[in-house]
Design a protein around this ligand. Sequence first.
Ligand SMILES: Cc1cc2nc3c(=O)[nH]c(=O)nc-3n(C[C@H](O)[C@H](O)[C@H](O)COP(=O)(O)OP(=O)(O)OC[C@H]3O[C@@H](n4cnc5c(N)ncnc54)[C@H](O)[C@@H]3O)c2cc1C
Length: 498
Amino acid sequence: MLLDFRAGDDLPPADLIIIGAGAAGLTLARELADTDLRVLILEAGARDLDKGLLGHEAPGLPYRGATSVGRIKAFGGSTLSWAGQSLEISKNVYGPRPWIRDADWPIGPEDVEPYYGRALKAMNVPDLQIADSPWADGWPEFDQDQLSMTASMWSAQPNLAEEHEPWLSNSRNVHCAIGAAVVRINIGARAESVVVRTLEGREVTVEAERIVVCSGGIEAPRLLLASGLGDPLPWTGKGFHDHVSIICAEIIPNDRKEFDEIFQNWYSDGGKLMPKLLLSAEKQEAEKLVEVGGHMVFGASGGFEALKGLRKAKSIKDATPFAGQALKSLPEAAAAAVAAGIKGRSYAPANSKIEFEALCEQSPHNGSEVRLSNRKDEFGMPLPIIDFKIGDETQKSITVLMQTVSEQLKGLAEIRIYEDRLSSQQEFHRWAGDIYHPMGATRMSANPEDGVVDKNLQVHGVDNLFVASTSCFPSGGWSNPTYAMLALVCRLADQIKK
Ligand SMILES: Cc1cc2nc3c(=O)[nH]c(=O)nc-3n(C[C@H](O)[C@H](O)[C@H](O)COP(=O)(O)OP(=O)(O)OC[C@H]3O[C@@H](n4cnc5c(N)ncnc54)[C@H](O)[C@@H]3O)c2cc1C
């Protein structure tokens, strides 16, 4: 049942408290629906997007993930803002990678991959197979020791608030209270209770047998720090990283039609596959690099965007501006309709620009950190200081990637690297930035000296407190992180059920 703590609803007794109703919290709750557990989700935000309450200090580089686009306080969390792109974590990323300090995971692919099926369902990603795709006969043949091709999978329905509200409203054992911000977890030998507050000053303390923090990659470390875990677990807030993205080359295809056939997205069952290039694990190891890859960015087509808008519109009012746009660029819209409708491909006009966007892992020792400020937010909670840095490992890895892409795509295209953007640290920092994937600040480790949670996501030394978030990733590879995070959530759900 959905409750509104701000409107005066009381919080029911619970065996398990989940803090946060984003992808992690909602997926965990649904996994536990219809069990004997009384589950209470405490969500700080309201039913709709609330752009307030996002104060922070940023002494380092600008961090987009901390802004109102990246740090969403609402039922559904960041899924109100994302598009639901998913990629498996590469096997080599789990480690050992001795050339990247503290990057190894205490678990391996065998602990995550069995849960990918449930994670895909939780994200509404259709199970699209390469065998059924335009690439069924294979990708271009690159030297596998240098570069490989793969495809990311995209959600058919990324807004998880819409997905979860109906079942939650009727649930027998799961309650979700919106407007209920947890400002502290009272921790002794165990996590005893949580303090819940509203903006208007209503405050209640709630106890539960188990508490799972699902408040996101920044708010999870912030809440643990505010609850006093920074001293016993000094990694709390440290090891913070994201993916660094930069548009770093123009691509001039030899044969534009052939190039588009290879690199344009493929749509099916409401989802899509996006072709990607990845620097091989062998090359990463040989050159001591972090994981790095990227994809083509085709110049926008007004006609194709209009078609996409028309497809998603839920009312005539929503559809009207897109219909107008389609009419204005009729020949393009017709070409896009043929590409999309007949072949299921995305479309860009033949003379549109193509660029390459690199996506790069950061080392856990890139210098970034989440700390607490002396200043407080509207709930009386210390503001987070999000000190985002970009280390030299990303610039080096992206430079090698681009040289490799240039060599391997010979015959298909000329790669005009934007050398100025990669030439100095200052220029690189001007053009590069995060992509809203906060990870690492409550990292997973075998021992308390090396991290914050153990391999079962339990906070070291506190046997009934768990964190389920991308903040548990010791390292992130190049993959969009929510897929593996939700696999870990499903794994945690199974442990709780046992
Ligand atoms: C623009 C954008 C695009 C993205 N694209 C992708 C993508 O394509 N693929 C991908 O894998 N990832 C993507 N991401 C990242 C992805 O959205 C997150 O990894 C994922 O949604 C995290 O889910 P979560 O539940 O852990 O955290 P969140 O979505 O942050 O949810 C946490 C919830 O907890 C609540 N909360 C926070 N603090 C408290 C508190 N103290 N008390 C109570 N409640 C609290 C928040 O209000 C929020 O609802 C994108 C993110 C953005 C912003």
